[in-house]
Design a protein around this ligand. Sequence first.
Ligand code: NDP
Length: 254
Amino acid sequence: MNFPTFALNEKVALITGGSKGIGFGMAVALGEYGAKVVIASRGLQDLEKAKEQLEGRQIDVKIFQVDVTKKEQVEELVQNIVKEYGKLDILVNNAGMNIRKPLVEVEEADWDQVITTNLKGIFLMGQAAAKQMIKQKSGKIINISSILGSIGFSMQTSYAASKGGINQLTKVWADELAPHGITVNAIGPAYIKTPMTEEWLADESRYSEIVNNTMLKRVGNLEDLAGPVVFFASEASNYVTGQVLNVDGGWTAK
Ligand code: NDP
């Protein structure tokens, strides 16, 4: 019996929003398991800082500036990766943002910004990557959702709607891309300390409410997401598709 490997040597992985937070942590994890990583986001300074840190760990890394809400930029990104490496094996579809407000205060512009970044951005990036992966007859797409894709929590109207959408498109893509040798899964973290959540988690009563919602009685960290992303990126998950894995200290099982 030959067990599949978690190793990612010679694999090319694109991580959108890889300059910071969860995307950066996932870039480290995939790189440590042998992948060549490409991180892409809008801010050049953050990309350069992340590149330096990844190279400090002997990880093979390239950076590209992209706004995932712009179709031409997303398509050009995939073309550039293929020009550079000849292929794209893994997409971590991670770039995202949040504007937290009570329902009655959500502006139309807030809704548009969150939905455009988190849902349209994921769609455009997934579509561009899938076109390349179909040609290769192989690929791993990992969409970064949230527990808010399946549970309710105040002040998250647009964000939860975008993440629920991600869970659904994950299942549709899994069905559609399976004949092409491509698996599609999603990771749904609970609260992880990153630049996006720093201020939100600084509120003591909210922080303890969040911690108490988990079975493990803590918020998550970047290391908690390493195993799940490496699993979905590697051949160890070849018979797993269309799934949403909540990495949430047990929150959604309560
Ligand atoms: P951060 O704010 O720390 O990082 C977001 C990353 O996405 C940055 O690299 C940012 O770079 C990039 N980004 C944002 N908008 C765009 C865009 N339009 N085009 C390209 N890149 C963009 O967020 P997190 O690391 O916390 O979150 C990452 C993902 O994880 C998101 O999808 C989020 O919803 C999800 N998540 C986070 C949780 C948490 O608790 N932190 C919990 C559950 C899910 P730049 O601004 O320079 O473009």
